[in-house]
Each structure stands twice: as structure tokens, then as C-alpha cells.
Design a protein around this ligand. Structure first.
Ligand code: NAD
Length: 499
């Protein structure tokens, strides 16, 4: 049995806690490796190395730091196939989708190469007589990030690339379900020239997370995962005086207006609803056609497409649309929620229950499901299913459709499909959701914009990547400077104001 490691101070280090998590092959249901679960003292060791290495890294000029990231981009491209294969093996997603996972992280590394420009401060010449005022952005010190299983390459890179570009040390606590790619990323960063101790991987579960949250040296914590854990990490991290940003779950609605191109909408729903087995925080899990006629036309286009979906292991290459879900527990939870949908009266139009794949009977494959006539009181509508289950809630008007997206507790992403510019503009303006697609089903912003939801999909202020990341990973310091020749007024006892 392969025993995975931590990556501490430039070395692969065996776990010493004696606790391990099974890393499964979701396609076969077999245990393929053991992931060490760090104790508090293992985390503290990593923090000590980070704290020792960070000042020198922060003092390295930003252009030199950016050159490390430039080399990292080359190495990520060099090892793309290897990374994608390791990612698919533990996560289960198809190879092209795994390569996309790496690529969307790589794009943030590319953005962070702009660190010298992005870290430039502000300067006011002659803010007063002989007085200059300037601000600079300085690294926080030791930072940490806790990431989910569903994007084991992209989300770690969304965090560590800006963190290290800004001159911080970063400790990554990846998901214990698919820890191999994060370990490979840390190795590549060091091959690119990153000093030891600046990017470390500490594998673990709640114990390691709590050690991060209660560590006095760690200055900031980034988290991406489910909402209950996001809420816990935000509250605990803030109570311990840390800067915290947490991104949680989602239930993304796609509104289909009567004037939409129904074939285009159905194609979009197929990819956005079932791609990656629905295990994306930006997956569309709710379709909201406006009017029964629209809903009927949509169903006509959608059902044959769903019935043609090919489900299988990543080793089948490009022949597969989506793979297994990540664990037996995830599969059982999806099946449980599907049953609540049936029990609570939704119409199961495409029934993926009992799906079995010859030769992979023990794998965590879930057939595609489509519910119609769901209502907002049902569990399949209220809860994040995180599986290949699309739920259709029919609305009788645009206002009712908008209201559904607005009243839902999650607010990560949403989309509208229409040819009507007024409707699209009104929707983008009024809806209380963070990322909006207009005839685009999964509106994940590119690296130079920022990523983040609203409502229960986020806890904290600044978004991920783009300019916000450079704010999150730095503190502003503002200097007001006057040289001795400028002091002429003697002592001043009231606050200086600009008259
Ligand atoms: P998860 O919340 O189970 O785990 C996320 C991380 O938290 C992992 O590193 C895990 O080890 C750790 N963790 C788990 N339980 C913990 C506990 N009790 N205490 C402390 N730490 C704990 O999430 P997941 O299943 O890995 O990922 C899927 C979820 O992530 C979905 O809800 C999805 O919507 C969400 N997600 C959100 C975004 C976003 O940007 N909003 C992006 C990707 C995924």
C-alpha cells in the first residue's frame, strides 16, 4: 500500500501521528494509498520552517519572485499529462477535465507573474507643505489554506500563487481525498526555484485544521469547501484574530426565458449539470424554465441528450462524459436525496438509479438524473446534492424565476438564457448572486477578475484571485513623511485638517 507524505521544508516527510485516511480509486472502489493525517505538532513544525524562511523571501524583490512563478508555469505545462492523470486517479474526473483543473490554476499563476506591477503602492507628492504620503503593501508572514476535493490543482494554486507572489510563506492543507496533486505542485514550485519552507503541504483532517486555526504565527486562512465547515472556519479563525476568507457551497440556478435558443440552453445544461458528475461549486443544479411551454420545449431537447451521456472511468479516455463521484459516502448521500425527491412528489424524468458499469461494479458511479416539477419546499431544491442530478423548477413568470434565485440561501453563480438584452441586463443588475452568466452556464471569471459568491456561499470580504488576492495576502502600510527643513510651525495640539 502506497503511503503518502507531507511536504515540509523541501522534503517528503512521513506522517508521525499514526493516523491515516484511505485514498480511494473512485472508479474501482479500491484503496490506492494512505494519506497521513497530521497532528498539531507536525503542523507546528511546518509553521516553524515557514516562519524561518519567510522574511528572506519577502525581501527578495518582486520581479525575482515572479520569475519563480514564470518557471512554475513552464513546469506545469511540462507535467500537464502527469498531473492530470494523478488527479483523475484520485478524484475520478475525466482526463480532459483534470487537465482543465490544472490549467485554470496555472492561469492564476500566470496572473501572479504581474506581482511587481500589482504590488506597487500609491504615492502623493506634496500632500502638505514638504509632506509626501505613500503606501506600500507588505506580506502578512505565514499564511495557510484549506482546500476541497473537487479541484485539487486549481484551488490550491488560486491560493498559493498570490500568497507567495506577495512574499508570504504558505501552508496548504489539501483534501485528504486527493492529496497527490497538491504534493506534486509543491515539488514543482521548488524545482522552479522557490526556497524551502515557502510552500509546504501538511495533509490532515479536522485536527490539522484546528491546529492551523489556533496557531498564533499563522496570519491568514483561506478556505474553500462546504458551507457548514466554511462557517466554522470563519468564526474560529476570526475569533483567533486571523484574516479569513471562506468560500462555501452552492445551488446555482439557470433561468431559461421563452425566447432562448432551446438547443443551446439544453447543451449548456448538459455540460453544466453533469460535467464532473455535478461535483463543481459552479455546476448548474437547478433549471428554471419560464412558462410551461418553455419547460416542455426544454425537456424535449434535454431528455435525449441526458440519455446519451456516457459515464465511465477516466481510463476510457475521451469516450466518457463524466466519471464516478468521489466516495461511497457521496454516492449514498446523492441516492438518499434522490429518494427524498421522489417521496416529496417531484417527477423523476430520467432515472439514473441502480446504474452499474460492467467491470467497475464497486466504483462510485451514479447515473444521470433529471427531476421536473420540483418545488422550492423540497430537499432536492434546498440542499446541495453535488452529484449528477438536475432539478427543474417551473416558474410562471420572469419575476418568479428571479425570486427563486434570490430567495435561495446560496448565491455562488447563476445564469440566464435569453435573446432579450433588457431581461439579461435586469437579471444581472438585480440578482443577489456573485457570478452571473448571460447565455453562459458556468460563469467562472478568468484569473485577472475575481471569483466569489454571495450569501451562504461566502464568509468574509475579498474574493479569490485577481486583484482581490493581492489585497488579501498583504497589509497596507501608509507613510506620511516630512523632512526636518519642513517643520516650522512649532507644536500643534489640534488634529491637522485640510482647510
Ligand atoms: P468539505 O467542507 O468536506 O472539505 C473541505 C476541506 O475542509 C477539506 O480540506 C477537509 O479536510 C476540511 N474539513 C472537512 N471537515 C472538517 C471539519 N469538521 N473541520 C475542519 N475541517 C474540515 O468540502 P469537500 O467535500 O471537500 O468539497 C465540496 C464542497 O466544496 C461543496 O460544498 C462545494 O460547493 C464547495 N466548493 C466551493 C467552492 C467555492 O469557491 N465556493 C469551490 C469548490 C468547492
Amino acid at each position: 500500500m502506497k503511503e503518502l507524505t507531507h511536504y515540509i521544508n523541501g522534503e517528503h516527510v512521513k506522517g508521525t501521528s499514526g493516523r491515516f485516511a484511505d485514498v480511494m480509486n473512485p472508479a474501482t472502489g479500491e484503496v490506492q494509498a494512505q494519506c497521513p493525517l497530521a497532528s498539531k505538532s507536525e503542523l507546528e513544525q511546518a509553521v516553524a520552517f515557514a516562519a524561518a524562511a519567510q522574511p528572506k523571501w519577502a525581501a527578495t524583490n518582486p520581479q525575482r519572485r515572479a520569475r519563480v512563478l514564470m518557471r512554475l508555469v513552464d513546469l506545469l505545462n511540462r507535467d500537464m499529462d502527469k498531473l492530470a492523470e494523478a488527479l483523475s486517479r484520485e478524484h475520478g474526473k475525466t482526463l480532459p477535465d483534470a487537465a482543465g483543473d490544472v490549467q485554470r490554476g496555472l492561469e492564476v499563476v500566470e496572473y501572479c507573474i504581474g506581482a511587481p506591477q500589482l504590488l506597487k503602492g500609491e504615492y502623493t507628492d506634496s500632500a502638505g507643505p514638504g509632506i509626501d504620503m505613500y503606501s506600500m503593501r507588505q506580506a502578512l508572514g505565514v499564511t495557510a489554506g484549506i482546500t476541497p476535493f473537487n479541484f485539487p490543482a486549481m484551488i490550491p494554486m488560486w491560493m498559493f500563487a498570490p500568497a507567495i507572489a506577495c512574499g508570504n510563506a504558505f501552508i496548504l492543507k489539501p483534501s485528504e481525498r486527493d492529496p497527490s496533486v497538491p504534493l506534486m505542485l509543491a515539488e514543482l514550485a521548488e524545482e522552479a526555484g522557490l526556497p524551502k519552507g515557502i510552500l509546504q503541504v501538511v495533509n490532515g483532517d479536522k485536527e490539522a485544521v484546528d491546529a492551523i486555526l489556533h496557531n498564533d504565527i499563522i496570519q491568514s486562512v483561506g478556505f474553500v469547501g462546504s458551507t457548514p465547515i466554511a462557517e466554522y472556519i470563519y468564526a474560529t479563525g476570526c475569533a483567533n484574530g486571523k484574516r479569513v476568507q471562506c468560500f462555501g457551497g452552492a445551488k446555482n440556478h439557470m433561468i431559461i426565458m421563452p425566447d432562448a435558443d432551446m438547443a443551446q440552453a439544453a447543451d449548456a445544461l448538459i455540460g453544466a449539470g453533469y460535467g464532473a458528475a455535478g461535483e463543481r461549486c459552479m455546476a448548474i443544479s437547478v433549471a428554471v424554465p419560464v412558462g410551461d411551454d418553455t419547460a416542455d420545449r426544454l425537456m424535449e431537447e434535454l431528455v435525449p441528450r441526458i440519455e446519451k451521456l456516457k459515464v465511465g472511468p477516466y481510463t476510457s479516455g475521451n469516450d466518457v462524459d463524466y466519471g464516478p463521484v468521489v466516495t461511497a459516502a457521496a454516492k449514498a448521500n446523492i441516492e438518499r436525496l434522490v429518494q427524498t425527491g421522489i417521496d416529496q412528489g417531484a417527477k423523476l424524468v430520467v432515472d439514473g438509479r441502480g446504474f452499474k458499469l460492467q467491470g467497475y461494479e464497486e466504483g462510485y458511479f451514479v447515473g444521470p438524473h433529471l427531476f421536473d416539477h420540483a418545488t422550492k419546499e423540497m430537499d432536492i431544491y434546498k440542499q446541495e446534492i453535488f452529484g449528477p442530478v438536475l432539478t427543474c423548477v417551473r416558474a410562471q413568470s420572469y419575476e418568479e424565476a428571479l425570486g427563486l434565485a434570490m430567495d435561495h440561501e446560496y448565491g455562488n453563480g447563476t445564469a440566464i438564457f435569453t435573446r432579450d438584452g433588457d431581461a439579461a441586463r435586469d437579471f444581472a443588475n438585480r440578482v443577489n448572486v456573485g457570478m452571473i452568466g448571460i447565455n453562459v452556464p458556468i460563469p467562472v471569471p478568468l484569473a485577472y477578475h475575481t471569483f466569489g459568491g454571495w450569501k451562504k456561499s461566502v464568509f468574509g470580504d475579498l474574493n479569490q484571485h485577481g486583484p482581490d488576492a493581492f489585497k488579501f495576502y498583504t497589509r497596507t502600510k501608509t507613510v506620511t513623511a516630512r523632512w526636518p527643513s519642513g517643520i516650522k510651525e512649532g507644536g500643534e495640539f489640534s488634529i491637522p485638517v485640510m482647510e
